[in-house]
Design a protein around this ligand. Structure first.
Ligand SMILES: Cc1cc2nc3c(=O)[nH]c(=O)nc-3n(C[C@H](O)[C@H](O)[C@H](O)COP(=O)(O)OP(=O)(O)OC[C@H]3O[C@@H](n4cnc5c(N)ncnc54)[C@H](O)[C@@H]3O)c2cc1C
Length: 507
């Protein structure tokens, strides 16, 4: 069959983009065999933001997002996000994905930074699971979508710097080339580069490096959101359980070892900005989330699935003090894209957490990321369908020599330790310098890629001499107007600073 697009990744961004393109044309999705469960989408608990309530409108959603993103979001992109939210979410509402207040109105939850209740969520609190399963089943049964099991190892870029597709490693370790007029990277974020993380271990940003090597720009890599309430348990990497912000929206309190609420003096209290809460929890050393003061039955009814997950770990959601600590959760940085997901490389698009569309700035507003994937996947599909001409013929070259995937568990653990210690919630200059040295000392042929991304993140963190949003430096505690801009990495030019000019467009 002739194929219009190759979509790499099967989280919300990949599946939604493929389904949107498949309305008009044939699509191939490439992802590991269990890919739809592998990334962040499957783990998402809170929900999807959209100004749906009668007391709400998209202007408020826009304003709330601009406030939290600390001057680095692109207002044009945020406007698109807020204005197109209802339209993007409507098919999921119609499919019966969300808990409803009555036959016509979704039950809207409240999360930090949102001035209104506007979070659509699935019953039981595991929204991501329900959404991924639904989109995956839709894609599986779609006559114009074909799945290829494999892992994208390298993009195919021709001599005119046009992306032609990707080299894929199949489960039997064969390297196959898939050509397509458009390639969409929907490979997720990079928060699993940190040891304490809410992410699946595979979320190490490998798609960002594919784009970087192909000539795309990476931006805002230093901005990684630390979630304040990850269950503090000694578990293998990737096994940490996140205690959703919706619990605090529901009335849960944060207390210290003495049982005192330490967020009481902050504006918004437990629902202050995620960066503020993460720093406060970090500075307490020992902190707990508690719902003991709330009605037990209502807690179990609202967060039933989360209560089950906790009980498997010997905690009772409604009765116990739940030990929490911050952990890397969401990557604001990514492949620099325009308003239609287009990158600097012709015919290469990026979607979801792998992309930096400009909507998250220095700090993501809760529940805006699943929404971002839905809104921009529809735009990518439109752009591909309306603009992309079928390219002239192209002969697939011989496959490149790709080193066999080395067992990465040990190197990832070492990198995770370095990222936690040297580029964590509060960043100290001497520790960052040391961290970069430690990273360089680990360099070998096998781990080149993943280490390279850690180095780029570290360089950005050290270079940005201010605190803003999720990036907090002990030596520069304030935001500086001179730093209102983006640090951009381009392989051929190195790192450069681009002032905020409204639009974070790839050049
Ligand atoms: C615990 C948790 C809770 C969250 N809760 C919320 C929430 O309530 N609301 C919200 O808006 N956001 C939430 N987020 C963030 C949100 O879930 C993510 O931003 C979003 O799901 C990202 O979707 P994605 O499709 O871009 O990437 P992912 O869902 O991470 O999917 C990436 C896909 O790419 C595949 N892949 C990766 N590399 C390759 C490769 N080289 N070749 C082939 N395939 C590849 C993976 O297998 C996977 O299928 C949460 C995140 C976490 C971790």
């Amino acid at each position: 069959m002739s194929v219009r697009a190759l979509v790499i990744g099967a989280g919300i961004a990949g599946l939604a983009t493929a389904l949107a393109i498949a309305r008009y044309d044939n699509v191939v999705i490439c992802a590991p065999p269990d890919g739809w469960r592998e990334g962040s989408t499957y783990r998402a608990q809170g929900g999807i933001a959209a100004a749906w309530g009668e007391d709400d409108d998209w202007h408020r959603h826009l304003e709330d997002t601009l406030l939290v993103t600390r001057g680095l979001a692109d207002p044009g992109a945020v406007r698109i996000l807020a204005e197109e939210a209802r339209q993007a979410v409507a098919p999921l509402v119609e499919a019966g994905i969300f808990e409803m207040a009555d036959s016509f109105h979704p039950d809207l939850g409240r999360e930090a930074g949102h001035s209104r209740s506007r979070i659509l969520h699935a019953k039981g609190g595991l929204t991501g699971r329900v959404v991924s399963r639904y989109l995956y089943q839709q894609a599986l049964s779609h006559p114009r979508i074909r799945f290829v099991e494999g892992f994208a190892e390298k993009l195919i870029v021709d001599s005119r710097e046009i992306c032609r597709g990707s080299w894929i490693r199949t489960p039997s370790s064969r390297i196959i080339g898939i050509l397509a007029p458009a390639t969409v990277l929907a490979t997720g974020g990079y928060a699993a580069l940190w040891q304490r993380t809410s992410n699946h271990p595979a979320s190490v940003g490998n798609g960002l490096l594919l784009a970087y090597e192909a000539g795309a720009e990476l931006s805002d890599l230093e901005f990684v959101q630390f979630h304040p309430t990850i269950l503090a348990q000694d578990v293998p990497r990737g096994g940490a359980l996140l205690l959703t912000e919706a619990l605090r929206g529901f009335g849960a309190h944060l207390v210290n070892a003495a049982g005192e609420r330490f967020m009481q003096d902050y504006p918004g209290q437990e629902l202050a900005g995620r960066d503020e809460v993460a720093r406060a929890v970090y500075q307490q050393g020992t902190a707990y989330l508690t719902l003991r003061h709330l009605n037990r039955d209502r807690v179990y009814d609202h967060f039933g699935q989360l209560a089950d997950l906790l009980s498997q770990r010997h905690f009772d959601l409604a009765q116990d003090l739940l030990p929490v600590a911050p952990g890397a959760h969401f990557s604001m940085g990514g492949v620099c894209t325009g308003y239609f997901g287009e990158t600097r490389v012709q015919s290469l698009y990026a979607a979801g957490e792998a992309a930096n569309t400009g909507v998250h700035g220095a700090n993501r507003l809760a529940s805006n990321s699943l929404l971002e994937a839905l809104v921009f996947s529809a735009r990518i599909a439109r752009h591909i369908t309306e603009n992309l001409k079928r390219p002239d013929s192209f002969v697939l070259p011989d496959p490149p020599m790709l080193s066999r995937k080395a067992a990465q568990t040990e190197i990832l653990r070492r990198l995770g330790d370095i990222m936690d210690r040297h580029f964590g919630v509060i960043r100290h200059p001497h520790l960052m310098v040391q961290g970069l040295e430690r990273l360089k000392s680990l360099q070998t042929a096998d781990n080149h890629r993943i280490l390279q991304l850690c180095l780029l993140i570290g360089q950005s963190a050290l270079r940005r001499e201010e605190s803003r949003g999720a990036h907090c430096r002990s030596d520069f505690p304030e935001s500086e107007t001179d730093w209102a801009g983006h640090l951009i990495h381009l392989e051929s030019r190195g790192i450069e600073f681009r002032e905020v000019s409204g639009v974070l467009k790839p050049r």
